[in-house]
Design a protein around this ligand. Structure first.
Ligand SMILES: NC(=O)c1ccc[n+]([C@@H]2O[C@H](COP(=O)([O-])OP(=O)(O)OC[C@H]3O[C@@H](n4cnc5c(N)ncnc54)[C@H](O)[C@@H]3O)[C@@H](O)[C@H]2O)c1
Length: 341
């Protein structure tokens, strides 16, 4: 590794183009070197925007000058890319989820262990300053014994059906962030998952076996109870709040507003809108996530969100799917990879 960590971005879509932009000039100690995509046009467009080369995915993996690969392609491509990057000795940042299939996650994690390379999973919300402050208030004891954790996570609008079809559904695509947040904030593993879900917004999701509205309750090892509520459509914007009530105090992260002005009139007190979606809301967390990745590589320490965190969140998502299907509480220990034989 030279003075800067040389990073190749693989997948130049919604999230990959944002990561490329951050890496191109905002992450100290990192350098965007190349951009690759299965399609030439997005790779060229993103590479050109940042004055770097566009190349093929295979060339990123084979290039000895590249220290780390940022996997930002669709979820089904992640395990093969992780294995290839690990076998090439590269550090890996992989967007969530690692895979929709637990066996595939285990195959990918085994490859990183064999190769001894770092793998960080993109649970960016851990790096949001407000959510992080809530976690710290639990970790340093100010909240006391955590009793209740409430996670509200609502999108402004449902994704296109074409995206939903390959996303793994609400629990594996969207709630997976909240499962990670629950483990992170409570600082305790989950022993029981109970899920209810409904279609309240997009009737066509029924054909995909998906839902757009859900409530999930979790029981943690330390006794804390978590409630997650999800919607694919909140008419007032992207709503992201976390609140923990403990034996000593309450800690909560509120939604940031677009600006702080208010207008008060006879009808009420009016504030600005919420950030429109994840890129606007979580930009600082994506940046802090890269800082943490680079610091871990340079310091030779494990990344703060590991492949095991990716595995644990997927297990909770699969447990929620089973709970919804079977209308019963499910223990994460019931979720095991399908035997490939
Ligand atoms: N952490 C977050 O907040 C967050 C937000 C959005 C998406 N994601 C995750 O990021 C991943 C990508 O999502 P997106 O919304 O950017 O998707 P997208 O469809 O916008 O972009 C994916 C890109 O990957 C390219 N691609 C397809 N197959 C490829 C392959 N085999 N090799 C290289 N490139 C390939 C496509 O051409 C496309 O340009 C998903 O796993 C998703 O779950 C994470």
């Amino acid at each position: 590794m030279g003075d800067e960590v040389a990073i190749g971005v693989v997948g130049a879509g919604r999230i990959g183009s944002m990561h490329a932009q951050l890496l191109a000039g905002q992450v100290a100690g990192a350098q965007l070197v190349v951009v690759a995509d299965a399609l030439e046009a997005p790779a060229q467009a993103v590479a050109h925007a940042h004055g770097v080369a566009a190349t093929s995915v295979a060339a990123v993996i084979d290039d000895p000058a590249i220290d780390a690969v940022a996997i930002c392609s669709p979820t089904e491509t992640h395990p093969d890319l992780i294995v290839a990057a690990a076998e090439a000795g590269k550090a890996i940042f992989c967007e969530k989820p690692i895979s929709l299939d637990l066996g595939e996650v285990e195959r990918a994690l085994a490859a990183t262990r064999r190769a001894g390379v770092a793998l960080m999973v993109g649970f960016n919300r851990r790096f949001d300053p407000a959510h992080r402050a809530v976690r710290e208030a639990v970790a340093d004891g100010r909240v006391g014994d955590p009793h209740l954790l409430r996670i509200t996570s609502r999108d402004p609008a449902p994704p296109p059906l074409s995206y939903a079809a390959g996303s793994g559904g609400l629990f594996l695509d969207m709630t997976i962030h909240d499962f990670d947040m629950a483990r992170y904030v409570a600082g305790s593993e989950v022993t029981e998952v109970f899920a209810r879900g409904a279609i309240r917004i997009v009737p066509e999701l029924a054909e995909l076996g998906d839902i757009d509205t859900a409530v999930v309750t979790l029981v943690h090892e330390n006794g804390c109870l978590t409630v997650i509520d999800n919607s694919r459509r909140a008419t007032y914007g992207y709503d992201q709040r976390v609140e923990v009530l403990g034996s000593r105090a309450l800690a909560a992260s509120e939604n940031p507003l677009e600006h702080t002005a208010l207008v008060a009139d006879g009808a009420g007190i009016h504030r600005s809108v919420l950030p429109s979606f994840f890129i606007e809301r979580y930009r600082s967390s994506y940046l802090a996530q890269w800082d943490a990745f680079v610091a871990a590589l340079r310091g030779g320490t494990a990344p703060p969100t590991t492949g095991e965190d990716g595995r644990a969140a997927l297990v909770l998502g699969l447990a929620a799917q089973r709970s919804l299907a079977e209308s019963r509480p499910v223990s994460p220990t019931e979720i095991v990879p399908l035997d490939p034989s």
